[in-house]
Design a protein around this ligand. Structure first.
Ligand code: FAD
Ligand code: NAP
Length: 468
């Protein structure tokens, strides 16, 4: 009987796993029986987003935390697939920071080309997994959401690729229950238009806070206040944005901050990150981690230390994304196919510990980029995933961080050269600050109403001033 491989989740990581097996098949390998369960009606994971919040049409928790006007927050040149370039997909140079729909098109294009959709059971959610030590088999109970049927499937190997930016981390703050305005978590944020003319408080100091805050500014928010727990982001914010230390309590519309200052707000968005949560896994198979570059208990960041038949993809915090998921999927594939022999448990533990020690000593963001570059380099060296110039990608991450420091509203207008093809990105027809239509069609076909007429934030402030 052929080996049976189950994959839970068809986001970029699960798609990478499908692609990894397909690549082996094209090179003449016998590949296992593969079944991938995806609870949504399409693949793409976070990139397959919709207006919905709360529950989706099947009554399942909405997965994607993405929103209107979400543009890539890192250069596309850092995430390009080594075996499917932007040039190949779009047939012409595009800009370095495309919007969500454009990246969704790119990742879908690669897998659509390789006939792997047949492996995916859409609208099918994994409900529960158990492992039989003796038979060395996983039993996966899934629900076919369209037909409301429960099914049981048995696998020799299981890949968990469900992401970890979907279950919001929602801390409590004194007095927030009686805050008279809107309070939401970034997971449920879908667009900043309604904050035009409003005073907005964002709690958190990472990517969601930064991007939602700047989007609110773009859409004409009167003021944006960031409240940080550990450290301020320290960007050169526009005049209407400010950083404060952590909120200690709310009193009506007033937020009190730990430095003794206060502010009055119309709305609060908790940009407080996400939980690693795997409700379909028993405790002994379930990863417990914060959002870090190297979660413990995963050999090479992929193979579950306590059960070498279980693999996690994309479980780490991410500088690298799509091509790192590829590197992981190629590694997991080769372990499953027996091309890579896992070392003994103690050696695996020592290897994990080495990475954890290095992680614990990382002094700054540049060294975090170095860390993940080395991690991806090691994975790629172990498989036939096409090698590429990882040092150049790492330099680009560092350049990107400098660019953000220099111009937080303008960094997405910069262009970079592809490490894979040498193609220089095209400058986008509209500056990010003025781009009010993030559709694929508008992105590819021209500026239309996005023409540079000045940004809405400035217009909104001007109209408020003239109204006073
Ligand atoms: P996901 O994309 O989360 O996909 C997981 C899939 O698993 C989903 O399709 C989900 O429906 C499915 N699933 C979950 N549970 C089950 C279940 N029980 N049964 C069946 N299926 C299930 N990365 C970038 O490179 N650039 C960006 O600009 C960028 N912006 C981001 C913005 C936001 C707001 C967020 C949250 C993330 C962003 N990311 C970005 C990172 C993003 O997480 C990765 O690009 C990528 O989507 C991760 O892929 P994944 O497959 O690991 O997880
Ligand atoms: P994150 O990077 O994990 O950051 C979580 C933030 O929440 C941290 O600042 C953390 O502060 C803060 N926090 C946690 N608990 C808190 C508490 N009790 N009180 C106050 N603050 C608390 O999560 P994220 O910012 O949501 O980003 C998630 C992913 O989405 C990233 O991969 C990011 O790249 C992506 N993203 C991309 C875009 C885009 O523009 N394309 C936009 C948004 C998000 P500490 O530092 O103190 O821990």
């Amino acid at each position: 009987m052929a080996m049976r491989v189950g994959i839970i989740g068809a986001g970029p990581s699960g798609m990478a796993q499908l692609r990894a097996f397909e690549s082996a098949r094209q090179k003449g390998a016998d590949i296992p029986d593969i079944t991938c369960f995806e609870k949504q009606s399409d693949w793409g994971g976070q990139w397959n987003s919709s207006w919905r919040t709360g529950l989706d049409a099947s009554g399942e928790a909405v997965h994607s935390s993405m929103y209107r006007h979400l543009w890539s927050n890192g250069p596309k040149e850092c995430l390009e697939f080594a075996d499917y370039t932007f040039d190949e997909h779009f047939g012409r140079p595009i800009s370095s920071y495309p919007p969500r729909e454009v990246l969704f098109d790119y990742i879908s294009g690669r897998v659509a080309k390789s006939d792997v959709r047949k492996y995916v059971r859409f609208n099918t959610v994994a409900r529960w997994v158990s492992y039989d030590e003796k038979a060395e088999e996983f039993t996966v109970v899934v629900e076919d959401l369209a037909n409301q049927k429960t099914e049981t499937h048995v696998f020799d190997k299981l890949v968990v690729s469900v992401g970890h930016f979907s279950f919001p981390n929602v801390p409590q703050f004194d007095g927030i229950d009686s805050f008279p305005g809107e309070v939401l978590h970034a997971h449920d944020f879908r667009g900043a238009e309604r904050f035009a003319g409003k005073d907005l408080l964002l709690i958190g100091s990472s990517y969601s806070a930064e991007d939602i805050g700047m989007q609110a500014h773009k859409m004409g928010a009167r003021s944006v206040t960031f409240s940080y727990r550990s450290a301020p982001m320290g960007f050169d914010w526009p005049e209407t944005a400010v950083e404060r230390p952590l909120v200690t309590r709310f009193e009506g519309r007033t937020a009190h901050f730990s430095d003794g200052t206060t502010g009055e707000f119309d709305a609060v968005i908790l940009c407080t990150g996400y939980l690693h949560k795997y409700p379909f896994l028993p405790e002994e198979l379930s990863l417990k981690s914060r959002n870090v570059l190297y979660p413990g208990n995963l050999y090479k960041g992929v193979a579950w230390q306590d059960n070498a038949n279980l693999f996690y993809l994309g479980a780490q915090d991410q500088y690298f994304t799509f091509n790192m998921f590829d590197a992981q999927a190629w590694f997991a594939r080769d372990v499953m196919l027996g091309r890579i022999e896992l070392p003994a448990e103690a050696d695996r533990a020592a290897d994990i510990q080495q990475w954890l020690d290095r992680q614990a000593a990382l002094p700054d963001h540049d060294s975090e980029a170095d860390f993940q570059t080395d991690y991806v380099r090691e994975l790629i060296s172990l498989t036939d995933y096409p090698e590429f110039d990882l040092d150049s990608v790492c330099s680009l991450f560092k350049q990107w961080m400098r660019d953000k420091e220099e111009d937080i509203l303008g960094y997405r207008d910069n262009i970079h050269r592809s490490v894979m093809t040498g193609t220089m990105a095209a400058r986008h027809h509209t500056r990010w600050l003025n781009a009010m239509d993030d559709s694929l069609q508008r992105y590819l076909n021209g500026p239309g109403q996005d023409i540079d007429t000045g940004n809405l934030a400035v217009l909104a402030q001007e109209s408020q001033l003239s109204a006073k």
